[in-house]
Design a protein around this ligand. Sequence first.
Ligand SMILES: [Zn+2]
Length: 98
Amino acid sequence: MARRKKQRDPYVCPSCGARAGEVEKTWTLVSPLPDKYGRITITVMAVLSCRECGYSWKAPIKKMKTGGDEEAASRGEEPPKRPGQVIELDLDEILGEE
Ligand SMILES: [Zn+2]
């Protein structure tokens, strides 16, 4: 079973098929989970409307990744293993603070 990756043009009207989408408004969606390089994916969503038939729809018009280890990711390296930081809390100290 071949996996087809269809690159959908967000500016093509899903109703009449004309590439006549006009961006009416945009907003961003931020992925709540970073990828393995610690990068956050930001998706720019848009409401588009068709100049031909007036249909309006929503589509992601841009995706970008930000933060994290961008260099390692671009070289295709494995993410660096950062030693976890150990934070020691003294419960007695916290509870007895008043
Ligand atoms: Zn249309």
